[in-house]
Design a protein around this ligand. Structure first.
Ligand code: B16
Ligand code: MG
Length: 219
């Protein structure tokens, strides 16, 4: 039986990926690194520190900064990100997602959030969705980041449901890996060729169909 849907936040419910990109790009520029939108694809679903490490790698500057300096760089990026997300409102929910979330609730299924972001509560509050979810698990409450399954498994545990009765929704390759590692059914949002491991792929959030997903899950 199907018991719950567990959502990723950034890139699935709202497009904070764009704000993460702008904030990282500004930081990269500060330290003389050219960071493109294409580079940013690799950071989706990846923790803040790992993202910084990847940017340093791209710029050939791994080893140029002490841990303390890296903490300061990550904090600077986050300050900028927090300024950018102040503008977030319920109108920033991606097309079709609000309806999808409310359909899930109407059907009596449970709703969880499994985000790699330490800012997940802030963003969910700004979107007006915080109270709609039965559980929000963010990067502050887990030890291992995606692709490790911990964040999805923790959400299922708090919901009191078996992971095989859950459907995870993700826009990141690392995220789909985390869902599959949890033994959940994986729905990916993005280009089909990027997600060979997903059980279903929709190119855009507005294409997502509750009935279609449930019938595929039950097959
Ligand atoms: P923060 P998600 C992830 O959130 C983002 O996809 C990823 O790009 C970001 O680096 C990560 O959160 C950490 O975010 O700096 O806010 O802690 O997609 O798992 O909801
Ligand atoms: Mg995401």
């Amino acid at each position: 039986p199907l018991n719950a849907f567990i959502f990723d936040l950034d890139g699935v419910i709202t497009d904070t990926a764009e704000y993460h990109f702008l904030a990282w790009q500004a930081l990269a520029e500060d330290i003389g690194i050219t960071f493109t939108r294409e580079d940013n694809e690799e950071l989706k679903g990846i923790s803040r520190m790992e993202s910084l490490e990847k940017i340093l790698e791209i710029g050939g500057r791994t080893g140029d900064f002490s841990n303390e300096e890296k903490e300061a760089l990550a904090a600077k990026k986050n300050d900028h990100y927090l300024t950018l997300i102040q503008k977030i409102s319920p109108s920033d929910i991606l097309p079709g997602m609000k309806e999808f979330i409310f359909t899930i609730k109407e059907k009596g299924l449970k709703l969880g959030l499994a985000s790699a972001s330490k800012n997940a509560f802030t963003v969910m509050e700004a979107l007006g969705l915080k109270d709609e979810f039965d559980i929000i698990v963010d990067a502050k409450t887990v030890i291992n980041g995606k692709p490790h399954p911990e964040v999805f498994l923790t959400a299922a545990k708090h919901l009191g449901v078996d992971p095989v009765t859950c459907i995870g929704v993700e826009d990141a390759v690392a995220g789909v890996e985390a869902i599959k590692g949890s033994n959940m059914f994986a729905v990916a949002i993005g280009p089909k060729e990027a997600f060979p491991k997903a059980d279903m792929v929709y190119e855009k959030t507005e294409d997502v169909s509750f009935d279609e997903i449930v019938s595929k899950f039950q097959q």
